[in-house]
Ligand binder design. Structure first.
Ligand code: GAL
Ligand code: ZN
Length: 665
């Protein structure tokens, strides 16, 4: 679906007098805006009383924008049901783990299984989609807004309980099977019937890890079903419109791979300098990792539906962006696979919770620094973006990413500070620093196109997954496995049939009869001639076939292997029994990439990012300076400079764009 739409803004005309709309549309057009997203929180404006629909204001705004060459994406407003619905049906408000109602007054005050709420949605979304199906200004839909946001431990209501019971019955068939799968022999947790099973309200103490894993998977399925409820209606009424949803990077309430199946393409919201962060902004490599995982959710280019455009803030605020920083972040999105970037928001709002969430325009509405910067960015890069729309990065390295593994570590982190996504990002950063592009993949994906696969924290294991990894290596793949591999079965119950890491031990040529949680404990590893700190965990490894490539130098297991290497079939399997610190990670990744023949795009000073997208034999290369200093870099291949002044040299916050023909034609 080639749309030749590349830049836009999130627009809330209903927050401003109508007399202002024309000025907004003109300013947007001059800036180069081609699309707006509107209405995702405007239910009350569109239906102030049950059955009384007011879409005229929205139609007027759409038409006005269209006159200025700007198309519209409509959001369904289902993340904020109006007060009249709550008054009539208070039971649609969600219940938290303590059994308390989360009340009206903010947003996300909805239960996603509640049939009464579903009926309201059906009525409203049917109306809205029919009304706008043939509107020439409208091109697509965003379902709800950031599904999973603020639904962290929700919802425990009776409706969700009944649905959870049905979900379990469908999965297990009979209660004995569930009792086995959940290990309910422990602490007398056996059930006679599915109807005895509750949503996980706060307990006196402790919880069942198997039950919790099912609950998290159920919640994800429920959200997908909630989205499908709307997607089906829109598909039927608006066959010519696309459907997307705004994701939140690595957020985990809903399995984004599953949700992606409903959508034409995935969108993402990205706020590198969120006001909740202690640091001025997220590390550049973390932002890059977000884009890469978002691209991987549907293995397609994506949109940024909310790209930070100014100071973020609710009650308190984050730092102002340096001149050039907004552009750099926007182009970083593009470099990793965004075909369009929509800035949040057009103008800082004067009222409500988000008064301090700044936009392209400030409160005064007068174009200033951000406006000029965005305009320059769009005029420079939009013309090129038609050419590489649809192009994808083609990494040689993949990192396996799994919602289920993440859930299992949330339930039992093993070490109090072990975080699944943070652990993946440690590997990611080492590749990022070496200018080596990375894909994220699901563990069920075909891995054969990758020279090197990193599969961290393979905690929940099945015979199929073991075989999948064995096949990949046997056929010549290079695989890195690490600590806590093969510990549990799919039900989150410890495996007992052999030593860790189960059958992966044959692949890695090791056994792990013992381990040590490095809680408040220092630990060192010798690799080459140097010692490096490691943390979180120490697998105590016995070699069966493998060779040791790094050893512990601390504790009773000093001089035993911390990292091992095993030739298996045509390939190689490494096992890393600990969490390497940044320096050791860097050295290990260097070694793994050399052994797997993985190429780098070039070399550069710190703060410079290199990334490519490819299609039809053309390769576009982005060089991004994330700092306010001058930088130098070197490319490992010859490219033609399309934007930028001087090759191998960058001004502060400069973005350069290159192209080459892959076959030298
Ligand atoms: C996003 C959300 C927007 C707005 C923005 C700033 O999470 O989708 O509606 O709230 O953050 O807080
Ligand atoms: Zn509920």
């Amino acid at each position: 679906m080639i749309m030749e739409i590349h830049f836009g803004v999130d627009y809330y005309p209903e927050h401003w007098p109508r007399e202002r709309w024309e000025t907004d549309a003109k300013l947007m057009q001059e800036m180069g805006v081609q699309v707006v997203r509107m209405a995702e929180f405007s239910w009350f404006k569109m239906e102030p009383r049950e059955g009384e629909f007011h879409f005229e204001w929205l139609e007027e705004a759409i038409a006005l924008l269209d006159k200025h060459g700007i198309k519209t994406i409509l959001g369904t407003p289902t993340a904020a049901p109006p007060a009249w619905i709550i008054e009539k049906n208070p039971e649609i408000q969600p219940i938290d783990t303590q059994g308390r109602v989360r009340h009206f007054g903010g947003r996300h005050h909805d239960c996603q299984s509640n049939p009464t709420y579903r009926a309201h949605i059906k009525r409203f979304v049917t109306h809205m989609s029919q009304r706008f199906a043939n509107n020439p200004g409208v091109i697509g839909w965003q379902i709800d807004n950031e599904l999973g946001n603020a639904h962290g431990d929700l919802c425990m209501c009776d409706s969700c309980k009944a649905r959870f019971q049905q979900w379990l019955e469908k999965k297990y068939g009979d209660i004995e099977t569930l009792n086995d799968a959940w290990g309910t022999a422990f602490w007398s947790q056996g059930y006679n019937t599915f109807s005895q099973i509750s949503t996980p309200l706060i307990t006196a103490v402790g919880e069942n890890p198997s039950a919790m894993l099912d609950w998290k998977c159920f919640c994800s399925d429920l959200i997908v079903d909630f989205a499908k409820w709307q997607a089906d209606i829109i598909r039927e009424n608006c066959p010519n419109h696309f459907i997307t949803h705004n994701y939140m990077c690595f957020d985990d309430k809903v399995n984004y791979y599953d949700l992606g199946e409903l959508l034409d393409f995935v969108s993402n919201d990205i706020y590198p300098a969120g006001y909740w962060q202690e640091q001025p902004h997220q590390p550049d490599s973390d932002i890059a990792a977000c884009h890469d995982v978002v691209r991987s959710y549907k293995k397609k280019p994506f949109w940024i539906m909310e790209q930070q455009a100014g100071i973020s803030g609710w009650g308190t605020m984050a730092r102002a962006l340096d001149p050039g920083q907004m552009s750099v972040w926007a182009m970083q999105s593009v470099a990793h696979g965004a075909d369009a970037v929509v800035f949040f928001r057009w103008r800082a709002c004067a009222m409500g919770t988000e008064q301090y969430w700044h936009g392209i325009l400030g409160h005064s509405g007068r174009p200033g620094r951000n406006y000029e910067e965005a305009k320059k960015l769009i005029h420079t890069f939009a013309p090129h973006m038609d050419e590489f729309e649809g192009a994808m990065p083609k990494p040689e390295v993949a990192i396996v990413h799994s919602f289920r593994q993440n859930y299992a570590f949330q339930i039992q982190p093993n070490h109090p500070d072990l975080r699944y996504v943070e652990h993946l990002k440690k590997y990611y950063k080492a590749f990022y620093d070496k200018k080596i592009p990375v894909d994220f993949v699901q563990d069920s994906d075909d891995l054969s196109q990758y020279k090197l696969v990193i599969a961290p924290l393979q905690y929940l294991m099945t015979p199929e997954l073991e075989q999948h990894y064995i096949d990949y290596v046997e056929a010549g793949g290079h695989l890195v496995l690490d600590m806590r591999a093969g510990v549990k079965d799919a039900n989150n119950i410890c495996m007992t049939d052999r030593e860790l890491p189960g059958r992966l031990g044959d692949l890695c040529g090791i056994e792990i009869p013992e381990y040590d949680c490095l809680f408040s404990k220092e630990c060192q590893v010798l690799f080459g001639k140097r010692e490096y700190p490691v943390s979180k965990w120490a697998d105590i490894i016995t070699l069966t076939d493998a060779k040791m490539i790094a050893e512990y130098t601390t504790s009773f297991y000093k001089q035993t292997p911390a990292v091992t290497e095993n030739v298996y079939g045509q390939g190689k399997a490494w096992y890393v029994g600990t969490q390497p610190g940044a320096e050791l990670m860097d050295e290990l990744v260097e070694y793994f990439t050399q052994e797997s023949d993985v190429e780098r795009l070039g070399t550069a000073q710190d703060g410079v990012e290199l990334m490519t997208r490819e299609s039809d034999g053309q390769v576009w290369l982005f060089v991004i300076n994330h700092t306010n200093e001058e930088k130098v870099y070197h490319l490992n291949d010859t490219y033609r400079l399309l934007e930028g002044e001087r090759e191998e040299y960058l001004k502060p916050y400069e973005v350069q764009l290159f192209v080459k023909n892959k076959y030298g034609r």
